[in-house]
Design a protein. Sequence first.
Length: 184
Amino acid sequence: MRWVHDERIHSSRPGRKADPVTANYVRVTGMADLYARARELSVRTMIFDVEPLVAPWHGSQESLDRGIARILDDIGTVPSVRVVVFATNSARRPSVVPARDGVEVRYLASADKPLRTAPYHGLPRPGAVAGDQVLTDGMLAYRLRFAFLHYMPRLADVPLGSGLMHRWGELVRPLLFRHRGGGP
């Protein structure tokens, strides 16, 4: 299913524009799908949740550094991107925040998603938050008025807290986002 944003589709009243936030939810099951959707949206800013998109939960320093390098290599497939932000509520940090030509790269540890939004002010629009949790990543996207690319692959070894938060987030998701594609 192709995700399309059309004010006429999302508006509940004729002649009234829809809330762009609730229309910008896309479920993705893999990184290739995530980048394809980001290209369709022509995003200029991509915010990536670190665990599990960049590195596994409780992964090593090396896995974090390799994951960041992989994302920065792959982001070249989305030519509209000008800023990449890696955000995690954990205290883990990369050995170094690498540079990428033509793209500003930021890393936010202890980001307090979704409570703190100040570090994201002034980012180029349109933007997207890519993450696995509605209650943190989805709420951050909602607050920033960015699209939410809900990363939902089949994962093994999901920590108990993350699994519970995922289930609670599914209860909240319909309040924030209308489901507009990418699977059930």
